[in-house]
Design a protein. Structure first.
Length: 204
């Protein structure tokens, strides 16, 4: 039996019809750090697409490792051809923590890590620089080219922190701008990105 809505077949014999969008994920760009000061994704440069082609963009961080112990991995955006990366944002931030020796386990709001109408870089994770330490996660940016609404983002990351603890961080917020976002920059608060990969995807 098929399911038809407004003349369009949605399900046919228990399967989605071939004409129904399935939210496929398209790899746009992969950047690999090697002592890099920043990793930048700029619309129209180096095959990067960050425009109305997709309503949702996902950045996946894989094994991000800093030069500086405990440095803060963070991001900011900019518009047009601007390169200041200082757009106004408001965010919320909470963390779950588990220590290797079992001495600590907690879940709580991180009041010192959220931002309120700030132009600072948004902290995503703080990572140890030991040989076996690093962090991974993802950031989703919603409808960055929309000219009417503010620009929402959500992130979840997991890291081996410099205090020998696992941290699972949840960050969400919005850039209080209606101009189109055309570039995204990732960096550490101190020192370079020693190694790691960031993959950028567009979601249909």
């Amino acid at each position: 039996m098929g399911v038809i809505s407004n003349g369009t077949t949605l399900l046919d014999a228990g399967a989605l019809d071939s004409g129904v969008a399935k939210g496929s994920m398209t790899l746009i760009k992969t950047l690999t750090a090697s002592g890099s000061a920043t990793l930048d994704f700029v619309n129209g440069a180096s095959s990067v697409v960050l425009d109305s082609t997709y309503k949702e963009y996902v950045f996946k961080f894989i094994d991000i490792h800093p030069v500086t112990d405990g440095a803060l991995f963070s991001f900011q955006v900019d518009t047009g051809t601007n390169t200041s990366y200082n757009q106004v944002l408001t965010s919320t931030f909470f963390t779950s923590i588990g220590a290797e020796d079992g001495s600590e386990g907690s879940l709580g709001y991180q009041a010192g890590d959220d931002l309120a109408q700030s132009t600072s870089f948004q902290r995503l994770m703080d990572v140890g620089n030991g040989n076996d330490e690093g962090g991974s996660g993802e950031l989703t940016l919603f409808d960055p080219s929309n000219g009417t609404f503010v620009k929402h983002f959500m992130s979840r990351v997991q890291m081996y922190e410099n205090g020998n603890r696992t941290m699972d961080k949840y960050i969400a917020g919005y850039f209080n701008i209606t101009a189109a976002i055309t570039r995204v920059q990732f960096k550490f608060s101190s020192g370079n990105i020693d190694s790691g990969t960031i993959k950028m995807y567009g979601i249909v």
